[in-house]
Design a protein around this ligand. Sequence first.
Ligand code: BYC
Length: 472
Amino acid sequence: MISAEKIPNNVNLSSNKRLQRALEHWQPKYIQWWRDMGPQGFQDYHQVYVRTATSVDPDGWAHFEYVKLPEYRWGIFLADPTPDRRIGFGDFFGQPVWQEVPGEFRNQLRRLIVTQGDTEPASVEQQRLLGQRCPSMYDLRNLFQVNVEEGRHLWAMVYLLHSYFGRDGRDEAEELLERQSGNRDKPRILEAFNEPIDNWLDFFMFTMFTDRDGKSQLMSLSESSLDPLSRTTRFMLTEEAHHMFVGETGIARILERTCQLMKQAGYSGDVRKIGGIDIPTIQKHLNQWFSLSLDLHGSEVSSNAASYFANGLKGRAKEDTFDEHIVKNAYYNMEFFEGGRPVTKDVLMRNALNEVLRDWYVGDCAAGVARWNRILEQHGMSDRLRLPDRKFNRHIGMYSGFHFDPNGVPLTAEQFEKRKHEWLPAPSDTEYLLSIMDKPVYEPGKFANYIAPPRRGINQQPIDFEYVRTEQ
Ligand code: BYC
């Protein structure tokens, strides 16, 4: 069970007074950050029906209550240890996992943990204005559930920094509250986390595609030889699943409504004229967030990835499903783009591990898009959504600096510039989306015109439940 201390935890925090004091010193700074950079306009006068972990076993998630957001019980929860856990991959395969950070891997581990930690508050910052444009009370509650859990994921990384990295870790924890999404002087570390999310189509695509990168990265970190990192990321994955549910069902509900409106408008009619979101606009946002999230997997050929794997710091998603875990003499057949043409070459597998994870990620995304297309099919629509080619709109890795259309056909910079708004959101698309999201829908059971209601409510509550209460 999780203790009821000032900082809820299942790591017996009170037995380590030094650590407890350090975290209690960080806590007010975190709350201040949450007030300044968290959901704007929903700090003091709203009670939100959220779930809070009371233990790390599956039933521990069943606890729902009304909470004022700054009073959410952010805490430190690690999945239960696996007895006699052994290192599952790399040069130290088969040795016992580490309970402390080995000196020689301190910098690499710190970097991985800081990069992971940085994304969490970044996403809260990106989403801070969305509450004022929410399509329903149900969606507003889901947004806040996602936000408080991203806040908790920051706590998870800060716990590791404070516990295992001494002074440096404490400094890094402070800096996690100082960088700001989109800030020119102090931006967040990874690019996708500096992009604005100012409308709900962006939000749902972000939780579908970018949170799914969270899933693939957390899966590979959960294989880590550093046992506390493995245990904390294992528990984070249970929360990540709900975030992707919010994204996938959010877009599914928009598609449902778009289909209804298309029928109303006559199939060749313009759904925008009756306040819907047309499929080309949905596709453009899909293109945007999928390509940004591909970038989050790093370069195709990466000595960083090779070294993380060799040292047992970051494995592959579902490492135990692979036959071979040392991967010293294996090769990956990779496509390169040379002289304007694709050519394939063998690359040492360890250097190709970012691409291996990206392969897994693309497959997981493709399955989600196929589920969306079933909705279009059921409504008798011929339109289909699709993932763009992985070379499209890339800013990290070997395709950055080149231009491709969503089919992977090479273009000159001028051709791309001229046509980019056929494939990526144009200012006029954003303007349109903001125009249909200009007012929040706060009435229980009511939904904005562009989105269908969900099939069921949260925690078996009715759809018209008052998920967010306003104090007078
Ligand atoms: N943007 O060998 P390279 C989540 C840098 S999302 C900017 O290509 P590497 C969440 C890289 O740092 C999951 N810079 O890549 C989702 C390096 O810099 P230096 C977050 C980038 O290191 C939604 C250089 O390029 N978790 O949880 O193999 C809501 C060359 O590096 C980018 C993690 O990312 C980029 N996209 O892999 C909330 C896990 N990509 O050293 C939360 C931890 C690369 O030259 N991070 N660079 O200065 C990692 O495992 C790795 O850092 C990366 C990059 C996979 C991100």
